[in-house]
Every structure is written in C-alpha cells, then in structure tokens.
Design a protein around this ligand. Sequence first.
Ligand SMILES: *Cc1c(COP(=O)(O)O)cnc(C)c1O
Length: 473
Amino acid sequence: MADPRSAIPSVDRLVGSAEFAPLLARYPRSRIVDATRAAVTDARDRLGRGERLGDLTDPALYAGVAARWLAAGEAPSLRPVINATGVVLHTNLGRAPLARTAVDAMVAAAEGYTNLELDLDGGSRGSRYVHCVSLLTELTGAEDALVVNNAAGALVLALNTLALGRSVAVSRGELVEIGGGFRIPEILERSGARLLEVGSTNRTRVEDYGDVLSGTSEPVVLKVHRSNFRITGFTEEASVSMLAQLAHALGGVLLHDLGSGLLVDPARLGLPAEPRPRDSLEAGADLVVFSADKLLGGPQGGVLIGRRALLERIRRNPLCRALRVDKATIAGLAATLRLYRDPETALREVPVLRMIASDPEALGARAESLAAALRARGVDCRAVSTSGAVGGGTFPGTELPSRGIELVLPRSADELAGRLREGDPPIVARIVDDRIVLDVRTVLPAQEQALVLRVAEAASGGTEEGPRRGLDA
Ligand SMILES: *Cc1c(COP(=O)(O)O)cnc(C)c1O
C-alpha cells in the first residue's frame, strides 16, 4: 500500500489554494509559507503515529492548522497577568506595578525625544545620570546618587570600582544568595575583588573584622542586608555604625547592600523594622545600594547613594556605561520618587505600598463582592481569610493577613490552576490545602471584571483537558 503521506499536497499548491486566500489577506506570504510547512509537518507526524486525518488532499485540512499557528505567533510572549497570589513583589510576575504618574512619564519619554543627555540651559552635552540625583539626595540625605540597571549591577559596579584586585571583608553570615543565581561570593569574585571571610555564620562581631583587617590599609567592608531569610537564636552581628567606625579608622569605606529600598516608615505599612537608605547613611555607610523595583515601587533599577567622591569614581568606570538605564526607566523612577516628597501621597499612589497597607476589612469586602459576582455566574466559591507576603526577597517570615476567594470545584487544584494560567489574561493563583485561593490584595481593581470572566470560563467546560496553544489547539 502507498504511504498515505504521499497524498499531502505541496506547500506551493496549498498556499495557492482558495482555502488559503483569507490568510494571504491578513499575513505576509513568508509567514504563511512557514505556517503551511508546520501544518504539513504536523500532518506527517500524526500519520506517522497512526492517526487518521480524513481527506489528505483537502487544503482545508491544513488551512485551519496554519491559521492557528499564525494566530499563536501574533500573541505577544510577554503579557499582562492577574496576580492572585497575594505576594506583592513577585519577581516572576515582574515585581512592582507602577504608579499612574510613573507610567505616564515612561510613555511620554518613550514616545518622543527627550533631553536625556542634553543640558537645556547651555545647549551642551549633558549626562543621563543627573535626572534622578536631586530627588534621590533630597529623599535620602545623600551627597550624590547614581541609577543603573538593577541593584545586582550596582553592587558589581561599586565593587569593581572600589576593590578591583583588592580584598573585601564580608561576614560569613552575609554570604547569601539573593535569588536568580545572585550569590555574594561569586559576584564579588566576578567584580575582580577578593573575598575576606569574617566571623561565623551565626555570630560575627566587629572585633572579628578588626582581626581580619589588621595591617591592611584603606579596606573595603561590605555589609549585606539579609533580606530574604532570618537567622534566630544564638546570633550576633556588627552594626552599620560599628563597621563604619572601623572602616574609617583604617582609611577605608563601608559599602552597604540594602536590597529593598523602602523609603517610608515600615510601621505605616504594618511591617516590622527595616533599615532605610537614610538610616544606613546616617549610621556611617559610605555607599548604599538598593533596588528601584522592590519596596520603592518603581521600574527595574539599581540605586547607589553616598559620598560624592566615590560616586564620581564609579561614574568614570567603563562598566557604568554597560549598566546604564534607558530614558523610560529614568522618567518612571523620577516620577515615582516625586511621589515620596509627601509620604501620604506615596502611601496612596505607589501601588506596592497601597497593596501592602491594604486593610483586611476592605480586602474582605472586595472578596465578598467578587465571590458574589462569581456565584452569579454559577461558580461555587466563598470568601475566606488567607495570607500573603511582601515578597521580592523582603520581610521573610512576615505574613500579610489577607482575604481571598476559595473555589469549590470538582476538579484538582493543579488542573484548575493550569486552566487559570492558560486564558487571557492568565491568572496566577495560590493553592492552599489542595484548594485554589485567589488573594484579592494583589488583584488590581481594574482587573476585577476580567478576573470574574476568566474564573467563570476556567470553572466551566467539563473536566477534560483545557484549551492548549499551538498546533493541536
Ligand atoms: C534583591 C536584592 C538584590 C538584587 O536586586 P536587583 O535589583 O534585583 O538586582 C541585591 N541585594 C539584596 C540584599 C537584595 O535583597
């Protein structure tokens, strides 16, 4: 018997057929040829697996597959999602949603030309690094400031500038991994510095630094804020002020990697004490590094603040050019920082702060009203108490008492979670005791309608496998 695959028409014949005409009106020919090849390969593979496909000479058999392939290719890879995890700074979900004024400023900068590197007063060449300096120095009390691509980059840049070929003293209790493969000992080595380990994992005293550094001149001491885990029990660490005194007595500098970049009083957010950039400078740190997209709530960026002489050296390092930020980031960060001139405004308008400070009672009312809207669409669910987190490697062990909607459905939580992630917009939920819980804290108010529609869609439609993307959709 002849191989059935020989009945498959050529790609040229298929593309020239009447069935493909609607596609030619919508997509470039080269894309249609690729899609048709994919459809033919798909048919050959399925025949090879022994499947029956009907009339192999009919172009309609391939046109449908090609159309889905083309449509899937049009959908952007990076898409908005609904964060129903209750984790406010979710690194996998892009960390901080931005304030309206920050978004507007980024759009305005992206849409046209800017004075990014032009001094409008003199008409001469300017620097992109000046645009956030006055806001950052005003808000933190620093002499000078610099914004680069992210905090990891800021730390590499600072170490490479201050400690290339030299030793950097770090407590063994602070040789941490921040996440995404960012480990302090490796970063230090890649920056061209040598690691001088100090003390022990649970206890490091200022005298331990003194012993390790005795006889060295102009040492670099790095203190890393343990932002993503806690050690408790028999512990001791040297404070920023003690380390600053020691480093300064030896003619050296203290670099403090602070991580979170919180600029308001943590008590206002119901959070435990957390050092802020200003506290660190006041305690004597010479340079402080923090993220722009953690508790600051801005676009991705890394901020360096501190002594002007050090920041001038850092700006002259060629690596600074490699880590530079673009105009949209500068615009978005400056707009976010401007909100902090009045802490009340920041608490109201910076989404990250607003979400963290959300009152459980107000969250409960939102959960009740969403649950009612879902039940009206036939989805069995109820408003429940749940617990979220700040996230982004900050405030480990601190739970945010929250409210959510628990779905009561005859379907495994994993399967339902998969269906919620598949539609548009995808919903990322929490699974608690094999039940799906949608924490309302991190659902943006503008997404509530979409959430109801999507949950209803995912909850209905039988228990078979959900719709999938790609060729067999
Ligand atoms: C998060 C964090 C970093 C890395 O910040 P990115 O902006 O993500 O590069 C560095 N150090 C500490 C202590 C952190 O918590």
